[in-house]
Design a protein around this ligand. Structure first.
Ligand SMILES: [Zn+2]
Length: 114
C-alpha cells in the first residue's frame, strides 16, 4: 500500500467514525424505553416494542463497528495494517477503502465464515 492509498483509507476511517457516532446518537434516541401508557398513531405497543428491539440490535452493531474503526485508526500507520490475520497476505485496497476495519482478506473471510 502506498502513502496516497493509506491517506485515503485514513480519511475514510475518519468519515466512517463520524457517521457511526451520529448513527449511535440517533439509535439511542429511538431505542429508549417505551412508557407503559404510550401509544402513537397506528403502532400498537407490541409493534413499538418490536421496533425498539430492531433499533437496539442496530445500536449494538453500530457500537461494535465504532470499536473496530477506532482500532483500525490506531493501526493505520503500522506495517501490519491491511495484512490478513489468517494468511498474512495484503488485503486489497479496494476492500479496505470500503471496509477499513477489515482484518481478513475476502477469501479467508469466506473460508472462516466471518
Ligand atoms: Zn487471508
Amino acid at each position: 500500500m502506498n502513502h496516497t492509498q493509506r491517506q485515503k483509507i485514513k480519511d475514510k476511517i475518519t468519515q466512517d467514525i463520524e457517521f457511526v457516532k451520529r448513527e449511535i446518537i440517533e439509535l439511542k434516541e429511538k431505542s429508549k424505553p417505551i412508557a407503559p401508557d404510550c401509544s402513537i398513531g397506528r403502532l400498537t405497543r407490541q409493534e413499538m416494542i418490536q421496533e425498539q428491539q430492531i433499533y437496539m440490535h442496530a445500536l449494538d452493531g453500530a457500537n461494535i463497528r465504532l470499536t473496530k474503526l477506532t482500532y483500525a485508526f490506531t493501526k493505520i500507520d503500522k506495517d501490519n495494517y491491511g495484512i490478513c490475520m489468517e494468511c498474512e497476505e495484503d488485503i486489497l485496497f479496494e476492500r479496505l477503502i470500503l471496509v477499513p476495519e477489515s482484518s481478513h482478506c475476502v477469501s479467508c473471510k469466506q473460508e472462516l465464515g466471518l
